[in-house]
Write a protein that binds this ligand. Structure first.
Ligand code: NIG
Ligand code: FE
Length: 385
């Protein structure tokens, strides 16, 4: 993760959306191309944001204000705020309204350099509202230029109507929602919030295993607020990724390594909620591949800026600039099973590139709070915004 291959005075060719040459300028095979002058700039792969909840209605700035007065994320959730307040607003919104909100965020994300994004359901929590969310994501996949991956997160929280019969909600997820999502190919992944007061380890195993049977690859929100054993489960199920991991145990780290699970760390959440940071150094030193994502959502991280996440990763989790860049590109692609197509500059990969107005790559994390993106190129197409 700590080695970046840097080429000075470089040239890169994209044909029909695919990278066909990269190397020294003087080795360029021909000059017969539409040229973009990148003198004094940095060119790198587009960011892959592998964990977001960007489809939602409303916002929760009142909770932010409460936290600054000393209330915790869990206390706010126990008082009926948190995820369930966004659920009420998302249920009341039409698919069209949800898409309109999401589009605004997607366009802002692209401006910050994100060229691939994962979006989760999980603010519907009823059959109809979860399907509404996933259909909205599917439509955005077709309509937007950015690559979008869809994750079914029906197990994000227990909806109010199942408060006293949570096992019946797990049953609804496994017997109705997952089969429908799988058969209609509405998602690539299945995710669960494995946490005290949310879904237990055995609920999580049941839901993710059912997902696997219907072709949905497992992901898991694990060890965010406490250690619940979700990382061990991720290793056992060979999940694509386990995300958060602020309270991961040594056993969890060993299991993830064994199962080939990508650790998706979300430094913006720890920053925004003033919680513990995930042990990035320990994960890297134990050879678990580490990715960084925003977790963009109205409760625990109201930011879609990948560069900001990288700076927080360097200052608070002691990752190096090189590791942070690897975590936001090729490792993030691996967290979406896409590392053979995107995430690095390689012949045959997609021409998803950023041109940054900085003198060297370290400025990306060093000069923070600034948008250094000069141009975004998606599939070889120059994006105007
Ligand atoms: O990843 N942990 C669960 N879900 C989100 C928070 C969602 C919300 O607060 O609306 C997360 O942090
Ligand atoms: Fe999340």
């Amino acid at each position: 993760m700590s080695e970046l291959a840097i080429i000075e005075n470089a040239a890169l060719v994209i044909e029909n959306g695919i990278i066909t040459f990269f190397g020294k300028m003087q080795d360029l095979p021909s000059n017969d191309f539409n040229e973009i002058d990148c003198t004094d700039k940095v060119v790198m792969p587009g960011f892959v944001d592998s964990h977001t909840h960007l489809l939602f209605a409303g916002s929760r700035e009142e909770e932010f204000a409460m936290r600054s007065r000393g209330f915790t994320y869990q206390q706010i959730a126990e008082q009926g705020g948190g995820i369930l307040s966004t659920v009420a607003l998302t249920r009341a919104a039409s698919k069209k309204e949800l898409k309109k909100n999401a589009r605004r965020y997607i366009h802002k994300m692209i401006q910050k350099g994100t060229t691939t994004v994962e979006i989760k359901s999980g603010y519907g929590l009823s059959f109809d509202d979860e399907i509404k969310m996933l259909e909205a994501i599917k439509e955005l996949q077709k309509e937007e230029i950015i690559t979008i991956l869809s994750t079914f997160l029906g197990a994000h929280a227990f909806p109010p109507e199942y408060k006293n019969t949570p096992e019946q909600y797990v049953d609804l997820i496994c017997s109705k929602m997952i089969p429908y999502v799988g058969e209609h190919k509405l998602a690539e992944f299945c995710d669960v919030f494995c946490e005290k007061n949310y879904f237990s380890l055995s609920d999580s195993e049941k839901i993710l295993s059912t997902g696997i049977n219907y072709g949905l690859k497992p992901k898991i929100h694990a060890e965010e607020l406490s250690n619940s054993g979700g990382a061990i489960l991720a290793g056992k199920l060979k999940a694509t990724s386990a995300d958060h991991l602020e309270h991961i145990s040594d056993e969890g780290i060993a299991s993830m390594k064994e199962g080939g699970v990508v650790a998706v760390l979300l430094p913006g959440v720890s920053f925004f909620l003033n919680h513990n940071y995930a042990p990035a150094r320990k994960l890297i030193d134990n050879e678990v591949p580490v990715a960084i994502a925003t977790d963009f959502n109205p409760g625990s991280c109201m930011s879609y800026s990948m560069p900001l996440m990288l700076t927080i990763a360097c200052t608070q989790m002691k990752m190096s600039p090189e590791e942070a860049i690897t975590a936001a590109t090729i490792n993030a692609a691996a967290a979406l099973n896409l590392s053979s197509e995107i995430g690095s500059i390689d012949i045959g990969k997609k021409g998803d590139m950023l041109i940054l107005n900085i003198p060297n790559y370290k400025f990306l994390v060093y000069h923070f709070g600034e948008n250094h993106v000069y141009k975004v190129i998606k599939n070889g197409t120059y994006l105007e915004f």
